[in-house]
Design a protein around this ligand. Structure first.
Ligand code: HEM
Length: 388
């Protein structure tokens, strides 16, 4: 695995997926073949550096706070029986809308906002045919090459038009008003205007310009992909994590201790540095995996497998939640910190348990990404109410 992903990567640069060049999203990172992928990845990587993550960290904190408030209100209204799948979806959609598009939404209050609707449009498998086409483009790309004169649409056009319109409006507004925001769209605008995004300086002019310039279509393709892959992956992982903690009370208590201790060192504030110190949180986030070959009894939720000592006994390429090597997940830091901030905001104030309405979550086989197939109801109650 390490040879393919890292050592001999130069021979395995492509995902081998069919690309229909007529599709406006053809120019996004995930699909592009090696020679086209490399310059784009080089352009985009600085947008996801630690420095840039710290820049958008306040967005994560803000949405985390809103989630906490929403949980408090819901606990009063619904006696704490909450659809955690939806809660996590609102959380990640709001983070992605603010961090990528620079648009503040509050999906916890406004369940009809366009971003939430768009996410559903993008992810939902309303068309089996579209899903089958997408799967075949991965399995038998040559077939599509031969019949390339036929347009095999895999992306819902209404959702795509929405992203295009939104990106255009945001760019137009910022360019007209000179508004600058701490978000990924700002960095995409820099790249569109021929300004390199650098990890040391926030912005720097380049001599040539054209080779680092993103076209409008490329900006839309990136925004579309980040929205699509960024929100659903993290939302499903967070919902599964909460479910496992509801089932495994000892793990939940230990997680809460870790969070309480970590926050005590940062005057109660959730900071980037405090999160890095929460070692058990990291183990809990890592705890979801499927491979029985390396994790005996894989369905048992056991964060202990990911202690420093136990992890060091495994080959690093055994655990690849974000892939590995030059083509790994570009948003892995953002994804990880979304999970961390979400988990902290839930467990610092609430206990979670299963209830009569809880059904074991299942993965929707027809969704593009890992997605739960039904609502996940759990009982959530404020920690302050419980007896010690
Ligand atoms: C918990 C959250 C996430 C998980 C589990 C995840 C997982 C992955 C995995 C497994 C890959 C394939 C890596 C490989 O082939 O070696 C990938 C690729 C990718 N991910 Fe993520 N991801 C997450 C969040 C995000 C976020 C937040 C973004 C952006 C906002 C993002 C953007 C991408 C892109 C653009 C690629 C393609 C990279 C390339 O080909 O250069 N992901 N992700």
């Amino acid at each position: 695995m390490k040879n393919i992903l890292v050592k001999d990567f130069n021979h395995f640069t492509d995902r081998g997926v069919y690309i229909d060049k007529r599709e406006p999203t053809a120019g996004h990172l995930w699909k592009l073949p090696g020679p086209k992928w490399k310059p784009l990845r080089t352009k985009m990587s600085p947008c996801f550096s630690i420095k840039k993550l710290k820049m958008i960290f306040s967005n994560l904190l803000h949405v985390g706070k809103e989630m906490g408030k929403s949980l408090e209100d819901e606990c009063k209204k619904t006696e704490g029986i909450i659809n955690v799948e939806k809660l996590c979806q609102c959380f990640t959609v709001d983070i992605v809308s603010s961090s990528i598009f620079g648009v503040e939404t509050n999906s916890f209050l406004d369940k009809d906002n366009m971003y939430l609707k768009m996410e559903k449009e993008l992810v939902k498998s309303d068309s089996r045919i579209r899903m089958i086409k997408a799967a075949l483009q991965i399995i038998v790309p040559n077939f599509f090459d031969i019949f390339s004169f036929i347009k095999f649409e895999t992306v819902k056009q209404s959702a795509l038009s929405f992203v295009y319109e939104m990106v255009r409006t945001v760019i137009e507004f910022r360019e007209k008003t000179g508004t600058v925001r701490n978000d990924i769209m700002q960095l995409l605008i820099q790249l569109k205007n021929g300004r390199k995004v650098d990890d040391n300086d926030d912005e720097c002019e380049t001599s040539g310009g054209s080779e680092i310039c993103l076209t409008m279509d490329e900006v839309v393709a990136q925004a579309y992909t980040y929205f699509f892959v960024g929100s659903e992956t993290a939302s499903s992982a967070l919902a599964m994590l909460v479910y496992e903690c509801a089932l495994n009370k000892q793990i939940q208590y230990q997680l809460q201790d870790d969070i309480d201790n970590g926050l005590a060192t940062s005057e109660g504030k959730i900071t980037y540095e405090a999160i890095l110190e929460m070692k058990y949180l990291n183990m809990v986030i890592s705890g979801l995996h499927w491979d029985a070959k390396y994790y005996p009894n894989p369905s048992k939720f056991d964060p202990g497998r990911f202690s420093k000592e136990n992890s060091s006994k495994r080959h690093p390429c055994v655990y690849l939640p974000f892939g590995e090597g030059p083509r790994n997940c570009i948003g892995k830091r953002l994804g990880y910190f979304m999970l961390a901030v979400g988990t902290i905001n839930i467990f610092k104030k609430f206990r979670v348990s299963v209830c009569e309405r809880t059904e074991a979550p299942e993965i929707n086989p027809l969704a593009y990404t890992i997605k739960l197939s039904k609502p996940l109801f759990l009982k959530i109650s404020p920690r302050e109410n419980e007896e010690n």
